[in-house]
Design a protein around this ligand. Structure first.
Ligand code: ACO
Length: 323
């Protein structure tokens, strides 16, 4: 049987830092309110002209360097984003072109904040068919472009950034039996569309639109949905919270992260949390957090790593992998 094994990881953040104090000069808010409700202290914002594909490319190049691979080794690129450079072509083909790759396939995947989990699961499935050998799975966003900067209930929550991993299809036999993606569980339910959406798009308004959210409603559903798909991952693999070395959740809000870990029985010291300095970077949040935890030596080869996300749609999902 084929397993998708992570060979490398990388991430990239725009230079410009936007603190809660900075936001206080734009809308009627305060550092105290934002920190208390979300745990966010600062976030990064892309410069004028800095595109989602620029962030994605920088993250991809770092992931390739980490894997010790040339870009020509890649034959599949799945880029999770809700903020592509253009309506089409996919930002993934821009990344493919800028990496100088002329073979294989590249496409964008849109599942909002669950995008990276959906992209990992999709790339894993494609690698296991044998059609592709090595994939770049990227989460990249410039949510700053779709925020209503006069709406304090949403503009304080999000940030820009990108993260990427390199996946390789390997035969399970031959010393790799333990490594790679063990299971993934994806869900969606469109009846919640109005609770978190962008009020524009080529078909409906011919504009890009702005993010709209019923924050309390999202919060109400988040923990239950997250814990459901994690219980499914545990059941599928015969594992449990004590087996998890690192829990790397989507970074939307510290209260959602803490409540999910508590409900699952995952010890707080196993939770990777970067929402304080990244904000919610949607599809980029998990690979950004994972990269930080790899760089600082927390996540090590052989560790059991649990990823989860929930976002607009609603969409939600989990991936359990052996690093
Ligand atoms: N600064 C100051 N006051 C604010 C701000 C702000 N930035 N935003 C809202 N308020 C005010 C409201 O106007 C309201 O005032 P009122 O009582 O006078 O009417 C008060 O604060 C309380 O507002 P609520 O919306 O009820 O605040 P709540 O405690 O629910 O916190 C929050 C809001 C942080 C958005 C919370 O609901 C939440 O975290 N929801 C989850 C949303 C989320 O994470 N979405 C991300 C995308 S989905 C995902 O990634 C999982």
């Amino acid at each position: 049987m084929i397993r998708s094994v992570v060979l490398g990881i990388g991430s990239h953040l725009p230079e410009k830092v936007l603190t809660n104090a900075d936001l206080g000069t734009i809308v009627d808010t305060s550092d105290e309110w934002i920190v208390q409700r979300t745990g966010i202290r600062e976030r990064r914002v892309a410069a004028e002209g800095e595109l989602t594909s620029d962030l994605a490319l920088a993250a991809a190049e770092k992931a390739l360097a980490d894997a010790g691979l040339d870009a020509q080794a890649i034959d599949l690129i799945v880029l999770a984003t809700s903020t592509p450079d253009n309506t089409f072509p996919a930002s993934a083909v821009t990344v493919q072109d800028r990496l100088g790759i002329r073979h294989g396939a590249a496409f964008d995947l849109q599942a909002v904040c669950s995008g990276f989990v959906f992209a990992l699961s999709t790339a894993d499935a494609l690698l296991r068919t044998g059609q592709f050998r090595r994939a770049l799975v990227i989460g990249a966003e410039t949510f700053s472009r779709i925020l209503d900067w006069t709406d304090r209930t949403t503009c304080v929550l999000f940030g820009d950034g990108a993260g990427a991993v390199v996946l390789e299809a390997r035969e399970e036999a031959g010393g790799n039996a333990d490594r790679g993606i063990l299971t993934s569980h994806l869900r969606s339910d469109g009846q919640h569309k109005q609770k978190l959406y962008v009020d524009g798009g080529p078909s409906s308004t011919r504009t890009v639109g702005h993010l709209r959210m019923e924050g309390r409603e999202v919060f109400k559903h988040a923990v239950g949905m997250i814990t459901d798909v994690i219980e499914e991952a545990f059941a599928a693999t015969g594992t449990g919270p004590d087996d998890v070395d690192w829990f790397v959740p989507h970074q939307a809000n510290k209260r959602i992260i803490d409540a999910s870990a508590k409900k699952l029985g995952i010890a707080p010291e196993k939770v990777v949390c970067t929402v304080d300095h990244h904000g919610n970077t949607s599809a980029a949040s998990i690979p950004l957090a994972l990269d930080e935890a790899c760089r600082d030596g927390r996540v090590k080869p052989g560790d059991l790593v649990l990823l989860e996300a929930m976002g607009g749609g609603f969409t939600w999902g989990s991936v359990l992998l052996r690093w």
